[in-house]
Design a protein around this ligand. Structure first.
Ligand SMILES: C[S@@+](CC[C@H](N)C(=O)[O-])C[C@H]1O[C@@H](n2cnc3c(N)ncnc32)[C@H](O)[C@@H]1O
Length: 310
């Protein structure tokens, strides 16, 4: 299902297999990698809806998690750009991976945790999972290729209580085979939130989810920028694939941007009660790095202060 799209896209595979994410943030950051920031409020909204429906917090599986970026952004009030800028200091570049991990552990621990959900990260890259675990941004990690192998008992045990499967930039690397393995392993009917590049066909995954009673909705009213194209060749290739599928690249890929769409799958009865359009709200500009808003500078007794308003 995915080979044409994968061949069209630039390969960053070596970035996913390092002992720390400095190069990942440097290279993808330079391409304005945006999807984790754009996905974050949506994933939080879905997690809130899950809580409202089930009366408990979801256990989340971040599929194709890489270094745990979605977990970090979901959990803490930080952005891709904040992490990228921190790594971009020359002093950080000179460190060993072990030193970076020690500092990152302290960095993440220094932020207030704003989401209580348990998060498990799964990726084919053992070093990325090892990093995410060692800096404490995930509760458990699974280095595994569900495309190639069926879950071992240990992996199945880790997956058994997953309620919500999320992914950004992963469909294309994974297919319905991975979702088949996951659905055969989880004991609860999970919700699935996938941000999928427009050149990939989600239908085979939606069909597999349907077999387990999960109905898939696509958010038609919004597209999510993943990143800029790496070069003209990538743009040409991707636009070629889109046109061959009858997808109009105008306003998105034609502007130099790889764009993803949002698919959400839930048990039929739950989807019927709360349609996707009501479940998520995209607020344009919400993720721009303006820093804190609603800052009011005033006097508190003798002191001039700028307290944050809620
Ligand atoms: C484009 S990156 C996205 C990473 C992260 N979700 C993000 O948005 O920053 C794709 C990720 O999929 C992972 N991947 C590739 N093949 C995979 C597979 N068969 N199973 C799980 N993860 C895979 C890669 O190692 C990489 O971390």
């Amino acid at each position: 299902m995915t080979s044409a799209g994968n061949d069209a896209k630039a390969s960053f595979d070596e970035l996913y297999a390092q002992a720390d994410p400095r190069n990942y943030f440097s290279v993808l950051g330079s391409l304005d990698y945006a999807i984790p920031d754009l996905a974050k409020p949506i994933i939080r909204q879905v997690a809130a809806a899950f809580r409202a429906v089930h009366g408990r917090n979801a256990t989340i599986l971040d599929l194709g998690s890489s270094y745990g970026v979605n977990a970090a952004l979901f959990r803490y009030p930080i952005s891709v750009d904040m992490i990228r800028r921190r790594y971009a200091r020359r002093e950080m570049m000179d460190l060993t991976s072990e030193e970076v991990r020690t500092l990152d552990r302290a960095f993440f621990a220094s932020w207030p945790r704003v989401q209580p959900e348990r998060i498990i990260a799964a990726d084919v890259s053992p070093s990325a999972i090892d990093y995410a675990q060692s800096v404490g941004i995930i509760d458990d990690g699974i280095a595994y290729d569900f495309e190639a192998e069926h879950p071992t008992p240990l992996v199945a045990e880790k997956l058994s209580d997953v309620d919500l499967i999320i992914s950004t930039g992963t469909v294309g690397y994974v297919t319905e085979k991975t979702f088949d393995a996951l659905l055969q392993t989880t004991t609860r009917a999970p919700w699935v939130v996938s941000f999928v590049l427009r050149m990939f066909d989600y239908e085979p995954i939606a069909a597999r989810l349907e077999r387990d009673g999960l109905t898939t909705e696509k958010l038609r009213s919004a597209a999510f920028v993943q990143r800029r194209f790496y070069d003209e060749n990538e743009a040409k290739q991707v636009i070629g694939v889109l046109r061959s599928k009858g997808i109009d690249p105008a306003g998105l890929e034609s502007e130099g941007l790889l764009a993803a769409e949002l698919y959400v799958s839930r048990p039929k009865d739950q989807a019927a009660v709360l349609p996707l359009d009501w479940l998520v709200r995209v607020v344009s500009g919400r993720n721009l790095s303006f820093g804190a808003r609603l800052v009011h500078v005033g006097r508190e007794g003798e002191r001039l202060v700028a307290p944050l308003k809620p």
